[in-house]
Design a binder for this molecule. Sequence first.
Ligand code: Z5A
Length: 218
Amino acid sequence: MTASQQARFITLEGAEGVGKSTMVPVLVEALQARGIEVVQTREPGSTPVGERLRSILLNGDDPIAADAELLMMFASRAQLIADVIRPALERGAWVVCDRFTDATFAYQGAGRGVDFERIEIIARWVQRGLEPDLTILLDADASTRNARTRKRGALDRIESEGDDFFERVRTGYLRRADMYPDRFETIDANPSQAEVRAAVRELLGRKLETWLGIAAEC
Ligand code: Z5A
């Protein structure tokens, strides 16, 4: 397989309500329009075991210790890597994942206060060298995020955290973006959906040009 044929692993990140789930299909459709096979996943979840863990993590009433939450996030990730991500990349399909390990650094690390170094050790163990080729961080201020999440009904266990928690999460993401400038692309997610969608498509076009070596209109 040449470098231009190599399958790519793209992740979308951001604090809740920035609009990731809205932008995932934008990426997927733009890639499919170029004839690229795309596998779409979300974390935690996207496997039978991962979905059961997701239900415990988000919907359960029992208190969960920060370390247990961290390990369940990685358990879901380990299953997803084994069942879906590695097989997809190995057969040449691209993977677009709504959240991955940067979310763990942001939520369990910056949000809950688990040491980044401890998360790093588990990430190396679980991922065995697998890293996203591109991480798109959608960044929006608290008032924008709150306005978007206010429309929701019942809040899940993590959504029920307060504004301070989500500001720490946002800061954690920005710290990750500073640490890995070659992998991260940060998009201002405050503007309208149409503007953010255009920014995502423009970014993907630039990346495809670099990766595939051809002008790539998205
Ligand atoms: N979590 C963790 O703690 N550790 C980890 O390692 C991982 C995850 C992997 C997963 O929940 C939770 O797990 C998440 C982090 C934690 N918890 N939180 N909070 P999820 O998958 O159910 O939820 P989410 O990932 O947080 O997504 P979300 O809250 O639904 O937000 P979003 O995907 O960023 O937003 P959206 O659903 O695309 O948009 C929200 C609304 O805004 C919707 O009505 C849109 O139509 C609207 N929208 C979107 N973009 C715009 C713009 N640009 N303008 C106006 N309105 C917009």
